[in-house]
Structure formats: C-alpha cells, structure tokens
Design a binder for this molecule. Structure first.
Ligand code: CIR
Length: 406
C-alpha cells in the first residue's frame, strides 16, 4: 500500500489522518472566539469521547487511523529537527524577542516529544513562562493572555493539506488562526519515514503566497479534481495546483466552483459532498445555476480555461459521464430543517465506501433523506464536535482509499 493514494471521494477508506481534540479547546474564551473561527466553546471531555467514537467507527470499518500529534511527535524526536521546527513555529506565532524565544525553548527542554507537540497545539499562556531577558513588549500588561495562540481548529485535519493521487497539497491557510497547522504537515511530509523518500508528489506548497484549504479540494475521480474558489481558496493557488497536477499525474481536469465569499459557504465541502457513484449531498443554495471554470490540460505546460454557467447536476453528469445524478438536499428541502442542519454541517459527510457515509447524528432529517436514497448512514454523536463548524469530512484527511470501479 502506497503511503498516499486518493483517486476518489468514495473509495473504501483504508488510512486516514485525524487529530484528537485536546488542550487547545480549553484555551478558548469568548473574547477571541471569532478570530479563532469558533462560535462556541466545546466541552473537551465530551468532544474527545465523540471523537473517539468517530475514530473507532473508522477503524471498525477497515481504516487505519493515524494521529497528527503522533506523527509530529515521531518527527520531533530528532533533536536537530525539533530545534528547527521550534524556530519556525515560534516565528510563525509572532514571537520576535530573543529572550522570550530562549525562555520558551527552555520550557520545552524537558518535555517528551508528544508532550511538546500537545503543548504547542494547546497554546502557551503568559503566566506559564518566566522570561530571563525580556523586552517591554514581552511583559507589558496588555490583557492578552497568550504568548502562543491555541490551535483549536486542528481537529479539522481536512484543511491544512489534501491528498490527490499519489501526492498532496500542503496548504497556505487563509487565516492567521490556522496558518501554523500546515507547518506540522510540512515537517511530517519531509521527515516522517511513512512519507519521506516515497516518491510522493507535492502539488502545492505552503511557501507560496496564495491561500488554499483542503475543504475546497474534492477528488471526483482519477481524472478530475473539483476545487472551490472560496473565501479561503484563491484562483492563483487553484491554477498552480492544476498546472502541477497536469505536469506530473494522470489528472486532466480541474473544475473550479465559484462560491460566494461568506462563512456559510466556507469551503466546497461545506455545501457539497460525494456519497456514492452518482449521489451527492448539497446545501440547497448551490442547486441552481453555478459559475464554474473548467481548467484542462492542453499540453505538458499549457492549459485552457473555459467558463460555464450550469446547474450542479448538469456539471456533475458531464464531468463524471453519468446519465443522471441524485442531489440529496440538506434538511430534505424543508426551509427550517435545512437552515438548522446546514449550520451543523449536514452536507458535510465522509464517505468511507461507495454509498456508506459517516455523518453527525443531530442532522437526523438529512440522515433520513440519505437513507431514503439508499445510502448507509453511520451517525456519530456530535453535541460538542459540531461547535467548531465542521463535519465528519472536515475532521478527516484520507491518506489511502481503495480504487473504485466506474
Ligand atoms: N472543511 C471544512 O469546512 N472545515 C471546517 C473548518 C471549520 C473551522 N472552524 C474554520 O473556520 O476553519
């Protein structure tokens, strides 16, 4: 089994990257929720229980679950790599003073790699560190409680990177709140024995200046990738990804979905996910005519771009060469149920095999509609996890899916 192979959204899931929510959620307070992209504060113990249920279901259905924090700890076991990582991490956390950086390093010195990783993810409060040689900025009482911000969105492993074919995009995140997440992935990709020197391709790199997030990247089949051009994902990043894919893979087309630039349409997978060969869940708001751009491979280094305005079902039928497709509406078309369930990521399903999906239990109207359409639904508890505004697809980064036969 290759370390990475993703040629669809629905092939049987065999290996997946998760992050178990941890101390970062306990460092959320109302004052900074908006900036940290949360609408509420989850209760950690229950969030962890719900997440463990999610992981068990994936395992019981044949997927190996690997945790971001474990892979990162493996990598930080090497002292030289740890030193380099900490330098970059502190820099990206906005630590400018030499004295503070040194004191932070001392703080981490006696921690095991796993403790250090969990601490970096959780954030570091000002009262945790004694600074030897401080600057005015380090000690001035400006009421801001952190030297290092918490990273509460880490359990949405879908976004900082995305696997396509035998490679991945390591993403430049759109917001400061999530920027450092892909630094962990970069170090894992470059240094972890599971990935390094395995011939894996890099379709996009976080050092590029344009943002892209994995929630916008959907692998429809082994030729076509759909990418949302959204609040989070820029046209420049999409084009660069397309060019790299066309140069070095079997992918031939990138379908760019132009999304409204608003939080309700945060990522393509917020409004639309694939659940079977010809079935999709959708936010009712994307059913009508959509503006899409088809980027196609023309030659090794040339592309052409075509603009079309078509209803979603037409786009998908044409792209996948299907006689018909079924769009299953979040909330089954009821205006209140769809508003409520869309808020809790009712359209954000994770397919673990063709026609088998993991969803949140609270979206029971959408789940019923899926079942009526012949989809097997495995619903997980979701009281706390849903408060971060992402569903089962957002909470998972598939590394390996079995090929599907079309
Ligand atoms: N793919 C996704 O839609 N991920 C959900 C991310 C939610 C997170 N609070 C965010 O705003 O980035």
């Amino acid at each position: 089994m290759m370390p990475i192979e993703i040629n669809s959204e629905i092939g049987r899931l065999r290996r997946v990257l998760l992050h178990r929510p941890n101390g970062e959620l306990e460092n959320l307070i109302p004052e900074y929720l908006g900036r940290l992209l949360f609408d509420d504060i989850p209760y950690l113990v229950i969030a962890q229980k719900e997440h463990d249920t999610f992981a068990s279901i994936l395992k019981d259905n044949g997927a190996e679950v690997v945790y971001l924090e474990d892979l990162a700890a493996d990598v930080l076991d090497d002292d030289a790599i740890r030193e380099k990582f900490l330098d970059e991490f502190f820099e990206e956390s906005g630590i400018t003073s030499k004295g503070l950086k040194e004191s932070l390093k001392t703080y981490f010195e006696n921690m095991s790699p796993k403790e250090a990783v969990l601490k970096l993810m959780s954030g570091i409060r000002r009262d945790e560190i004694k600074i030897k040689n401080y600057t005015l900025a380090d000690i001035i009482d400006d009421d801001y409680p952190f030297y290092i911000d918490p990273m509460p969105n880490l359990y949405f492993t879908r976004d900082p990177a995305a696997c396509i074919g035998n490679g991945l995009t390591i993403n430049r995140m759109a917001t400061a709140a999530r920027k450092r997440e892909s630094l962990f992935i970069k170090y894992i990709y470059e240094n972890h024995p599971m990935f390094k020197e395995n011939g894996l391709k890099l379709w996009y790199d976080r050092s590029q200046p344009f943002s892209i997030e994995g929630g916008d990247e959907l692998v429809l089949n082994d030729k076509i990738v759909a990418i949302g051009c959204s609040e989070r994902t820029s046209p420049q990043a999409i084009e660069l990804t397309a060019r790299n894919l066309f140069r070095d893979s079997y992918f031939e087309k990138v379908l760019v979905f132009e999304l409204p630039k608003s939080r309700a349409f945060m990522h393509l997978d917020t409004v639309f996910t694939m659940v079977d060969y010809d079935k999709f869940t959708i936010h009712p708001g994307v059913e009508g005519p959509l503006s899409i751009y088809e980027i196609s491979k023309y030659s090794e280094d040339e592309i052409y771009i075509e603009h079309k305005t078509l209803p979603l079902d037409e786009i998908l039928k044409e792209a996948l060469g299907l006689p018909s497709v079924r769009l299953i509406k979040c909330g089954n078309g009821d205006v209140i149920a769809s508003g409520r369930e869309q808020w809790n990521d009712g359209s954000n399903t994770l397919a673990i095999a063709p026609g088998v999906v993991v969803t949140y239990d609270r979206n029971y109207i959408t789940n019923e509609a899926l079942k009526e359409n012949g989809v097997k639904v495995i619903a997980i508890p979701s009281s706390e996890l849903s408060r971060g505004r992402g569903g089962p697809r957002c909470m998972s980064m598939p590394l390996y899916r079995e090929p599907v036969l079309w």
